[in-house]
Design a protein around this ligand. Structure first.
Ligand SMILES: Nc1ncnc2c1ncn2[C@@H]1O[C@H](COP(=O)(O)OP(=O)(O)O)[C@@H](O)[C@H]1O
Ligand code: SF4
Ligand SMILES: [Mg+2]
Length: 376
């Protein structure tokens, strides 16, 4: 690589495989997750944070994972990355990333794939950066470690990367330390670091939650632009259903460690089936520029995951819930639309769902406006 220009290096990273369909597996899924289950040993007993989660991600696809705080989004991402502490964690299931069986990798093999295969952007940019290292060096580090490029070349590529993530005057900023940048700029640097090795999958876990409202949309736009430009699969994790609209191809809605609904994004917004998805939708802040820092507020609280209730895990907070919901847990069921699955006995918009709402109004479980009583 030593003879190539920084832009060539960047091009290679942006297009790690040729786009002519010539490389093997180009059309296959980049990520396959099957029956992923992760439990923590806690003093009060085992806590199942992720329960039997299965999905696939195609090349170039942007997937949103949405759910309230504590629904298992981060643990799902960390289980896929194998980024969980070793003690007191039990993970089972199958995770295959670009043909690599993630569950079989040892520590050294994991270090080799973090960066070139899969990279992650976290909520807090300051926590992700080394406070005593110049940002240019931090962006260049992965290139030096994983691609063996020279120091000079890595710096030049870091400069191009800083420019591509929208750092103004990157030739000056490249020698800044993290504390000299604003929160939004720091997150841009974190994204540049994540992109540096041309990952085949990027996972962004609440990437804008810690940022000012004014810069949140800019960072989401940057991620979307990079995802499209690089034809890079992206998993965008957020508690705000509003964030994934228009930015993802497909959405998984999680609750109590489970997939509650999964659908192509437009189908989900047009024809959501799950009362939980509807409750998240109703809680999207209704202002022109939604505040992504505001947590979704659905009356009631998620269940205790050490001793979860027997039936549907959302029953206590569900406007549609009936007796059956407390007895049995619904399975993931396909809807009429392709690729749309959900788990509910009384889906939104169905005759059964409307009857359930009417019955709950009659019994006083719902107000005349359709709001839950006795849950706050
Ligand atoms: N290290 C841990 N030990 C015990 N429980 C944990 C640990 N990390 C996460 N959990 C629990 O796992 C569940 C899912 O957490 P998480 O995936 O972080 O939620 P989310 O990202 O959706 O907010 C929560 O109930 C949380 O308390
Ligand atoms: S199964 Fe019952 S409690 Fe669960 S979401 Fe559907 S209606 Fe609500
Ligand atoms: Mg989280």
């Amino acid at each position: 690589m030593t003879d190539s220009s920084p832009d060539d290096v960047l091009d290679d990273l942006i297009n790690p495989t040729s786009m002519d369909g010539g490389s093997p597996g180009q059309d296959g899924p980049i990520l396959e997750v099957e029956n992923l289950t992760t439990a923590f040993a806690t003093p009060a007993g085992p806590l199942t944070a992720v329960d039997d989660v299965s999905f696939t991600l195609r090349r170039g696809q942007a997937l949103g994972i949405v759910g309230e705080s504590g629904s298992g989004k981060s643990v799902t991402a960390r289980s896929i990355m194998r980024l969980l502490p070793k003690s007191n964690v039990f993970t089972s299931g199958r995770v295959v990333m670009d043909g690599i069986d993630m569950m079989s990798l040892n520590d050294k093999q994991l270090r080799d794939i973090w960066g070139p295969e899969v990279a992650m952007v976290f909520q807090d940019p300051l926590g992700s950066l080394n406070p005593v290292m110049r940002i240019g060096q931090q962006v260049a580090e992965g290139l030096r470690v994983h691609h063996g490029v020279s120091k000079r070349e890595a710096r030049a590529t870091a400069l191009s990367l800083l420019q591509s993530v929208g750092i103004p005057s990157p030739e000056v900023r490249i020698d800044d330390y993290p504390h000299q940048l604003s929160g939004g700029m720091r997150q841009r640097v974190v994204i540049a670091i994540a992109l540096a090795c041309g990952p085949k999958l990027l996972i962004a876990d609440e990437p804008t939650t810690a940022l000012d409202v004014t810069v949140q949309a800019q960072i989401l736009d940057l991620l979307q632009d990079q995802q499209r430009e690089r034809f890079m699969p992206l998993i965008l994790i957020t508690h705000d259903l509003g964030v994934v609209a228009g930015r993802t191809d497909e959405v998984i809605v999680m609750y109590a460690g489970r997939i509650m609904e999964r659908a192509p994004t437009q189908v989900l917004f047009r024809d959501m089936k799950m009362p939980y998805t509807e409750a998240l939708f109703r809680s999207i802040p209704k202002v022109e520029y939604p505040s992504h820092t505001k947590l979704a507020i659905i009356p009631g609280r998620p269940p205790n995951m050490i001793e979860p209730p027997k039936g549907c895990k959302f029953a206590d907070r569900c406007r549609y819930a009936q007796e059956q919901c407390r007895e049995e847990e619904p399975e993931l069921t396909p809807a009429m639309d392709t690729d749309h699955v959900y788990r509910c006995f009384y889906p939104v918009g169905s005759a059964e769902g409307n009857e359930a709402l009417a019955r709950n109004m009659e019994t006083g479980r719902l107000t005349a406006d359709g709001e839950l009583t006795g849950v706050s």
